[in-house]
Design a protein around this ligand. Structure first.
Ligand SMILES: [Zn+2]
Length: 64
C-alpha cells in the first residue's frame, strides 16, 4: 500500500460508499487541496466503527 500524505480528512456528503452505501465518504486534504478522493465511508476506509464519527478521522488518539 502506498501512503498518501494527508493534512486533514474531510467528508464528502455528495457521494455514497461503494461498499455499504453510507455517506459521507472520506476525502483527504493536503495544503488546502483535495488530494485523495475516496470512494469508501469512514468505517470502510479506516476499518473501525469509530470512524462513523467524522471528528475521529482527524484525531490522533483512539477514543472510547
Ligand atoms: Zn462503507
Amino acid at each position: 500500500m502506498s501512503t498518501i500524505e494527508i493534512d486533514e480528512y474531510v467528508p464528502n456528503y455528495n457521494r455514497e460508499c461503494e461498499v455499504c452505501g453510507q455517506s459521507p465518504v472520506v476525502q483527504g486534504k493536503k495544503d488546502g487541496k483535495i488530494v485523495y478522493r475516496g470512494t469508501l465511508c469512514g468505517p470502510c476506509t479506516f476499518g473501525t466503527a469509530k470512524a462513523l464519527d467524522v471528528k475521529w478521522w482527524n484525531s490522533d488518539e483512539e477514543q472510547e
